[in-house]
Design a protein around this ligand. Sequence first.
Ligand code: GLY
Length: 364
Amino acid sequence: MPQFEVSTPQRTYAAVVERGAVNRLPDFLPAKHGKLFVVTTQDVWELHAERIRKALDGTSFDVLFFTGGEQNKRMAHVEQLAEEMAEKGADRSSVIIAFGGGIVTDLAGFLAAIFMRGIPVIQIATTLLAQVDAAVGGKTGSNLVAGKNLVGVFHQPLAVLIDPAVLTTLPEREYRAGLYEIIKTGIIASEPLFRVLADQRDAVLAQHHHAVDHIIAESVRIKAEVVSSDERESGRRKILNFGHTFGHSLEAETHYKGFLHGEAVSWGMRAATHLAHDLGLLPDSDAESILFVLDRYGPIPSTRNICGNALQSRLVKDKKTIQSKVHFVLPTRIGDVIVKSDVPPEAALKAIRKALADTQEVTQ
Ligand code: GLY
């Protein structure tokens, strides 16, 4: 199975996609490391602790538990974990092993970035969303009441280990939420990946190894390439935000409770697709294919009772908004997107309303 190089000014490292990848952990630890701290959640630890114990083969480590959930991805918890590390004797030679989903990889990465002004982190992603997106690329942070990921830094890991075998214990809803990020990758950069998702939906949903390993590896390959070309998101990396600007407004409006991140991104991609189509940027057939594939991997929770105007006013609070200009990533065909910042507010509102109308069905 493949290993991809992420090459950034901060660090060049491997993203390993492999059944049993956790066993590679010792290969990526610094030769003279100090204490090891595994940051994880109770549920991940109950399911997968043995993988870490086996990989570390007698090397001692401490486990720091974090209560999962987007609402807990807050500075207060970072401080708590840092205090715990200090009490347990952490120093600059310590290494954090982030072991969990996107919330853990973001928060533990942030902890590593700021503890004693920065110690190394190895990311071991246990959800599909973290494997194909959150754990790769060095974005770390926490949420504010005012919005998602409004505090954070880029802190590239020593390595990212991605084992598709851990996904068998993932709840089906979370697995599908991760698939939306892979659909995103297809829409922004790879028509062949999008076609695999369209043509092999049943195999993908049933987690057949050949299908799931292929789509994860392709997503990681593309993400590694995008991050390597633009670590700090001053240009090309912006394309990874397709569906996120609209999606973040939905997450914030529902207080990070109603939708998993991937589900909000699915809704956001729908809104962005309507917007691109309405603006004459995206041909009918591509817009139809995108909406069709999003439906085939759905449904997402109902957006009934969510107000379009409220979502629109949240767009300007997104951290990607600069001097009140919202930067929309819009598809021009499957496999290519542009970033547009001069979208009339009424066009954005119309797209929001269309996406809301598409997702009224009560499902949860
Ligand atoms: N999740 C988007 C990025 O890593 O840039």
